[in-house]
Design a protein around this ligand. Structure first.
Ligand SMILES: C[S@@+](CC[C@H](N)C(=O)[O-])C[C@H]1O[C@@H](n2cnc3c(N)ncnc32)[C@H](O)[C@@H]1O
Length: 208
C-alpha cells in the first residue's frame, strides 16, 4: 500500500538544529532500556538522532518515518557517522509489517504519539507490538508539571503544531498520555520513569 508523505513545517534540518539538542537526557533514558547487541526498530525516527546514537552498540537499527524531509537528515547522519548497521525507510507506523523483514528485539517510539489522532496512535502501538518483543515508548509526561519546563512544553505544542495539532495533543493529554494509550491497547507497562524535569515519560512494556 502506498505511504502518504506527511511533514510539518519545522521537520528536517530545523528540527535537527534546534530541537534534537534539547532531548539528550530523555534519549539516554530510552537507550538505557536497550541491551547491547539488540535489534531495534525506531518508529517515527525523525532526524535519526536516536537511531544513530544506538547503532554503535546494537546489532541492527532500522528507522521508519513518514516524512521524507526527516529521512534526508537521517541519511546525512548515517553518512557522517559512517554507520553500516543502520538504515532508514519511508513507512507508516500503523503498518510496520510492510517495512520489516524480521521480529525485532525492541520497537521504540519517541515524541510521536502525541502528534497522532487517537486511532492512529493506538494502531501504531498495536503495529509495534506485532513486530517486536519489547516496546520502549516515550513522550510528553501527562500531566506536565506546573513549572517553567512544563509550561514551555505545552506552549511549544501550541506554537509549533498550530491549532489542529494542539487539539490532537490535548486529546492525548485527556486520554492519559502514554499510559492511557497502552491501556487502551491492553498492554501493561513493566517499568517507567520521568526525566529530571518531569516533562518526559519513558515506559517499557513486553510480554504481550
Ligand atoms: C516530533 S517528531 C519526533 C521524532 C523523533 N522520534 C524524536 O524523538 O525526536 C514526530 C515524527 O513522527 C513521524 N510520524 C508521525 N506520524 C507517523 C506515522 N503514522 N508513520 C510514520 N512516521 C510518523 C513524523 O514524520 C515525525 O518525524
Amino acid at each position: 500500500m502506498e505511504v502518504v508523505e506527511r511533514s510539518q513545517w519545522f521537520y528536517g534540518f530545523l528540527y535537527g538544529w534546534f530541537y534534537d539538542p534539547l532531548e539528550g537526557e530523555h534519549r539516554n533514558m530510552i537507550a538505557k532500556y536497550i541491551p547491547e547487541g539488540s535489534t531495534v526498530l525506531d518508529v517515527c525516527c525523525g532526524t535519526g538522532r536516536l537511531a544513530t546514537e544506538l547503532a554503535p552498540r546494537c546489532r541492527e537499527v532500522r528507522g521508519v518515518d513518514m516524512s521524507r524531509r526527516m529521512l534526508r537528515v537521517c541519511q546525512g547522519q548515517k553518512k557522517q557517522h559512517g554507520l553500516t548497521n543502520v538504515d532508514f525507510v519511508h513507512g507508516d507506523a500503523t503498518r510496520l509489517e510492510e517495512v520489516v523483514d524480521q521480529a525485532y528485539d525492541y520497537a521504540i517510539i519517541s515524541l510521536a504519539l502525541h502528534e497522532m489522532p487517537a486511532p492512529e496512535r493506538l494502531n501504531t502501538l498495536r503495529s509495534m507490538a506485532r513486530v517486536a518483543r519489547n516496546l520502549v515508548i516515550s513522550d510528553h509526561a501527562v500531566p506536565q508539571p506546573k513549572s517553567i519546563p512544563g509550561y514551555l512544553t505545552t506552549l511549544a505544542e501550541l506554537c509549533f503544531g498550530g491549532r489542529s495539532n494542539f487539539a490532537v495533543y490535548n486529546e492525548f493529554v485527556a486520554s492519559g498520555g502514554v499510559l492511557g494509550a497502552l491501556e487502551q491497547c491492553g498492554i501493561s507497562p513493566e517499568h517507567q520513569a520521568l526525566d529530571s524535569k518531569g516533562i518526559r515519560h519513558v515506559v517499557k512494556a513486553s510480554g504481550f
